[in-house]
Write a protein that binds this ligand. Sequence first.
Ligand SMILES: Cc1ncc(C[n+]2csc(CCOP(=O)(O)OP(=O)(O)O)c2C)c(N)n1
Ligand code: SF4
Ligand SMILES: [Mg+2]
Length: 280
Amino acid sequence: MIKQITELSEQEYLLCGTRACSGCGLAIAYRHALKALGKNTIIVIPACCATVLQGMYPVSSAQVTIVNTAFETTASAAAGIYAGLQATKNKHNFNVVGWAGDGGTVDIGLQALSAAAERNDNIIYVCYDNEAYMNTGTQRSGATPENALTTTTPLFGKQHKKKDIIKIMEAHNIPYIATCSPAYPVDLYNKFLKAKSIQGFKFIYIFIPCPPGWGFNPAQTIKIGKLAAECGIFELFEIINGEKIYNGITERIKNNKQPKKNPVEYYSLQMRFKNLSKNK
Ligand SMILES: Cc1ncc(C[n+]2csc(CCOP(=O)(O)OP(=O)(O)O)c2C)c(N)n1
Ligand code: SF4
Ligand SMILES: [Mg+2]
């Protein structure tokens, strides 16, 4: 575990020149997660921005083994790869990681995810949540928040509440659940390190600010990520064998060491909430 960002390894597994948009929160999170996971890692990625980010064969910005899989199969493909490594007595102690977007997790990949969690397969499953189907043009997903404008909710914003994937995963009684954000890279790095050391199914949720999809200036990715935590829209925590522990800024807010911010600034910096009035 590290205490500050200067302790991060200089070894990069995500090289410069990814195909992500400027200011992409996913690229920042992926870079730090890969530093924690290290070279002996196999990442299973379905159709999503992470596929685009890594580039097209034979060129790749990611320096670990990547298996691209069909949209609904992230967890089953990762579980199968882990089983294959075991069956062939592979000695490299690979971390097998499923890395999917919110659409690929809370909607289309949910069945395979639930099955792998129920079997307690020894993999890490990452849901990076940019709160819409971004790769195909910002369509609304189950994880899109209420009132957000998307290309499929263009007039009044989404009329339904955000699906709570953490509660769904909690119900599977898995050994480790954690939430993190590219705005808090040390916390993110440490949570991936911890997940590596735990046997069984690990679920990591990453809250990903997305400049083009949310409609904000790419220079403000970290600011938006911090504001989300500072006003309690996104919370940092771990659930270890059913016990919930708040971390960082969320722990300070919960224990009244720091006041929760008014969410008006968070909403007003994003075009997707331009329909909201300050009172709603
Ligand atoms: C079965 C299937 N349906 C639809 C698609 C088209 N598709 C590719 S990526 C994508 C959006 C993925 O959204 P999400 O999982 O949230 O990841 P993001 O693009 O936001 O990173 C869609 C709909 C597909 N590839 N396969
Ligand atoms: S659409 Fe959003 S999540 Fe996807 S690459 Fe661009 S900034 Fe990143
Ligand atoms: Mg998405």
